[in-house]
Write a protein that binds this ligand. Structure first.
Ligand code: GRF
Length: 211
């Protein structure tokens, strides 16, 4: 059984997709050990509660300094003995100690086709504003492992989504969520749970399932 922690900050629609796909059996052999939010008002916490999934808020606001917050977050994850940390819209910079402790065991979803429209400052609607400003005809989403850079880790899965005439950032954001994010994030977790995902020389290799 793959034990995962899902880290969230807001709406939690990616968390919902993960919950739904575990419940319908599309994600196999996986349990959510804990949902952690840095924001006590995150709707994602309500989603967890509705499905009887343990959830807690760990907010930087409740600590004297960032180092103390980082330590409690890392200690909580280590105590939970999770195999994989899933960043599903977690708007907190991941501390280097956490990346070292969970090397190639933290995944993130980014709402563009990396390496386009990613890196510092590209979050939320800014990503889609930039894609529309450039006039790209396709955008999409990427699931990747987290390394020390911003959106620079090994790419696991990507899915392209059409940009349509008249799209607003909000419309494009929603289409990318529905057509890409909610599909490739659950798929990546299932592949990892099945032991099919290897990182070799900084690149992901997806192996066939031997059933
Ligand atoms: C998604 O667009 C994801 O790509 C980005 O943050 C957003 C989270 O949305 N990293 P939600 O909280 O899962 O609804």
């Amino acid at each position: 059984m793959l034990r995962i922690a899902v880290l969230v900050s807001g709406g939690g629609t990616n968390l919902q997709a993960i919950i739904d796909r575990i419940e319908d059996g599309t994600i196999r052999n996986t349990e959510i050990a804990m949902v952690i939010s840095n924001n006590k008002n995150a709707k994602a916490l309500e989603r967890a509660a509705k499905h009887h999934i343990p959830a807690q808020c760990i907010s930087p606001k409740d600590f004297e300094n960032r180092d103390m917050f980082n330590k409690v977050l890392l200690d909580t994850l280590l105590d939970l003995k999770v195999d994989l940390i899933v960043l599903a819209g977690f708007m907190v910079v991941i501390p280097p100690e956490m990346i070292r402790s969970f090397r190639n065991r933290i995944i993130n979803i980014h709402p563009s086709l990396i390496p386009s429209f990613c890196g510092t400052g590209y979050y939320g609607l800014h990503v889609h504003e930039a894609a529309l400003a450039r006039g790209v005809k396709v955008s999409g989403a990427t699931v990747h492992f987290v390394d020390e850079g911003t959106d620079t880790g090994p790419i696991i899965l990507q899915k392209a989504v059409e940009v349509k005439t008249g799209d607003t950032p909000e419309v494009l954001q929603r289409r990318i969520m529905e057509e890409a994010e909610w599909k490739i994030m659950p798929k990546a977790i299932d592949l990892i749970a099945a032991g099919c995902v290897k990182v070799v020389d900084g690149h992901v290799i997806i192996e066939e399932e031997t059933a």
